[in-house]
Design a protein around this ligand. Structure first.
Ligand SMILES: [Zn+2]
Length: 255
């Protein structure tokens, strides 16, 4: 971390720490934070404090009040980088909050040259280098340990881009073999594609079967929300994610 930024962060931590009352409330409201050690909680509070200050929040018309809402987003966004550091979000400057799910228009040209246009309901969205857009109704549904987390989902897309491409693979630490990553994720992805064509409900949200980036983002949600479910279904994906995030939520939440 560059020297000036380190100084600035130290000042933020001294002058504007997330207030104790807000911090206690955040811990209560986010069962996915259970089991973190005292040191980890202290680090999470620091990261969240800096995140809430450094990122630009545009929150017009959303339900929660400004500071609370910033805290709710900051604490969930910082959980994945607890053991990585905030530099991993250098490509993420702005958070835009919309009150409800929103409609996004898509268009795509197929191989025959025909342009297809359609609209989709979105709970979150993230553009290259641009803002992360979240529905605040969905933010309020996140963090309860039920497998759904729009903040972690969009955060995972940002992490995915750290190797320069949105491809379901973030910049990998030394010792994490890219080939193992490819193979582990591809096997799980293909399995989910097969299973989501059957009549029985798939083991994790079928949205993950859309593409490799969506698989990484959805798997990250389960990793932090309901780790045992992911570990039971796709143990190799769980193992790779725990090497990348440098965390073991299954152990923490149930150990
Ligand atoms: Zn996504």
């Amino acid at each position: 971390v560059p020297f000036l930024r380190r100084l600035r962060r130290r000042r933020v931590l001294r002058r504007h720490p997330l207030p104790q009352e807000l911090w206690s409330w955040l811990l209560e409201q986010h069962p996915i934070l259970k089991g973190l050690s005292v040191q980890e909680l202290a680090r999470l509070r620091q990261l969240s404090t800096v995140f809430a200050r450094e990122k630009v929040f545009e929150t017009s018309g959303s339900g929660l009040e400004g500071e609370e809402l910033r805290g709710v987003i900051a604490v969930q966004a910082c959980l994945p980088v607890l053991n990585l550091g905030l530099e991993w979000y250098d490509n993420w400057k702005t958070v835009v909050l919309l009150p409800e799910e929103f409609t996004q228009e898509h268009s795509e040209r197929d191989q025959a040259g025909v342009v297809h246009e359609w609209k989709e309901e979105e709970s979150g969205l993230s553009w290259d280098q641009g803002p992360v857009v979240l529905s605040s109704a969905d933010v309020e549904d996140s963090g309860w340990g039920e497998g759904y987390n729009v903040v972690i989902h969009e955060a995972a897309h940002r992490l995915d881009m750290t190797d320069g491409a949105l491809n379901g693979r973030p910049a990998l630490h030394e010792g994490l073999d890219p080939r193992q990553w490819e193979e582990g994720f591809r096997a799980a992805f293909e399995d989910l594609q097969r299973r989501s064509r059957r009549r029985r409900p798939p083991p994790i949200d079928a949205y993950a079967a859309e593409s490799a980036p969506e698989f990484f983002a959805v798997a990250s949600e389960y990793f932090f929300e309901t780790p045992n479910r992911l570990k039971g279904t796709y143990p190799e994906v769980y193992r790779l994610l725990s090497l990348f995030y440098r965390q073991d939520p299954s152990e923490r939440l149930t150990g």
